[in-house]
Design a protein around this ligand. Structure first.
Ligand code: PLP
Length: 396
């Protein structure tokens, strides 16, 4: 065991007893390099973060340029910081009318927390509706609307007044009523093992929310920024939320989250009481310039379109008797196997052969395929033949 490995285990809080513990020394495009000289094809992208690939030159340059100007100057909201303004400008330009005001925070879970607070202010109601098997983050509010009891039970009491409906089940929509402030939904469920809803269900959700005056909140922390083959997953159904929550890939590899709503709604955070949501580092200039560069790259290099094409290529090539199902949209894919133990063995075997896959929080029988959206056809073919070869070695 080398000293770094020992210190990693002794000094850093661990999130599980079995970290992968790859010792990273570099990352470029679709690959991660480790100290032992190995190179891994990254099918995880930092968990749907590195959509433009690791260290895209334009993102790196934008960060370097900003480092030479200024870093943190004051908590969010006080000073005019051009990186925030320019990023909000570009982001709202690609969003529908009504999603025209951006609040930058630090992470996906914080963006969800703030979205819940905003929804309560707008509606004057307290009821929250979310989906079984959802994941919205690890802080108390987001955990309250997360539909995974295994992650929740040690943390109670959580927020009261939360109801769960079944994702993609039209019959459950009646549970949304005049007591409901917000309905929070992932437009494609991620950690449930990639579940794509029917357009009809999304439309019915929208209609019911409008009917009873509840706000529709789309958590696009994982699906956003091109991952599903469109810039935002809600574009697949054309259903527009009242509040859009973003994170992960939003910062081009740097940490940032955001919630987007109408200016009229967002103004409610400024009074009664003032400072309705505050954050010291939210909208830090570095992730804002990185995020703006990443968004421009995504649009100019057609990365959402590439995600759609490469996603189809993955699905076509993942043909093996050991695979029960391949689900997904764009480059947000789950490969379902017979059982959880098999998944562990395949992910481990892939790692030994230089391909990094990963699991899901709420779906132990599948592993995820979510590479950078820059991935080429050659690398997709390399990945799919590696997966088929792993299954040949492992499945009977
Ligand atoms: N919402 C969704 C849909 C997510 O997938 C995640 C993280 O995986 C989060 C929220 C939480 O984001 P963060 O880890 O940045 O707090």
């Amino acid at each position: 065991m080398d000293a770094l490995y020992t210190a990693f285990h002794q000094l850093l809080a661990q999130t599980s007893p079995y970290p992968l513990a790859l010792d990273v020394v570099g990352a470029e495009g679709c690959h991660i390099h480790t100290r032992d000289g190995r190179r891994y094809l990254d099918l995880v992208a930092g968990l749907a973060v590195n959509n433009t690939g690791h260290r895209h030159p334009r993102v790196v340059q934008a960060i370097k340029d900003q480092v030479d100007r200024y870093l943190h100057v004051i908590p969010y909201g006080e000073f005019i910081q051009e990186p925030q303004v320019r990023f909000a400008e570009r982001l709202t330009a690609v969003l529908p009318v009504g999603l025209d005001n951006v609040y930058f925070v630090n992470s996906g879970t914080e963006a969800n927390e703030a979205a819940l607070k905003l929804a309560k202010r707008i509606t004057g109601r307290t009821g929250l509706v979310a989906c079984h098997r959802s994941y919205h983050g690890s802080t108390h509010g987001s955990l309250s609307i997360t539909g995974n009891e295994a992650k929740k039970y040690r943390n109670r009491p959580l927020l009261p007044d939360v109801r769960f409906i079944t994702f993609n089940d039209p019959a459950d929509i009646v549970q949304i009523d005049r007591h409901t402030a917000a309905v929070v939904v992932e437009p494609v469920q991620g950690d449930a093992g990639i579940r794509v809803p029917d357009t009809g269900w999304m439309q019915a959700l929208r209609a019911r929310c409008t009917e009873v005056g509840a706000l529709l909140v789309f958590d696009e922390v994982q699906t956003g920024m091109g991952r599903t083959g469109k810039l935002f997953a809600f574009e697949h159904s054309g259903v527009v939320p009242d509040i859009l929550v973003l994170g992960k890939a939003l910062g081009g590899g740097l940490p940032i989250g955001a919630f987007v709503a109408s200016r009229q709604h967002m103004r409610l955070l400024t009074h009664d009481p003032v400072l309705g949501h505050i954050t010291t580092f939210g909208g830090h200039p570095l992730p804002c310039v990185a995020g703006l560069a990443a968004l421009e790259v995504t649009l100019e290099e057609g990365l959402a379109e590439n995600a759609a094409r490469m996603g189809e290529r993955f699905k076509r090539s993942l043909d093996h008797s050991g695979i029960k199902e391949v689900r997904g949209q764009g480059l947000m894919i789950a490969v379902e196997l017979d059982d959880a133990e098999l998944v562990q063995r395949v992910v481990k075997d892939l790692l030994e052969h230089g391909v990094l896959g990963f699991w899901f929080l709420s779906c132990p029988t599948a592993f995820r395929v979510a590479p950078p959206l820059t991935i080429s056809a050659d690398l997709v073919d390399h990945a799919t033949s590696a997966i088929r070869a792993a299954l040949d070695r492992i499945t009977p």
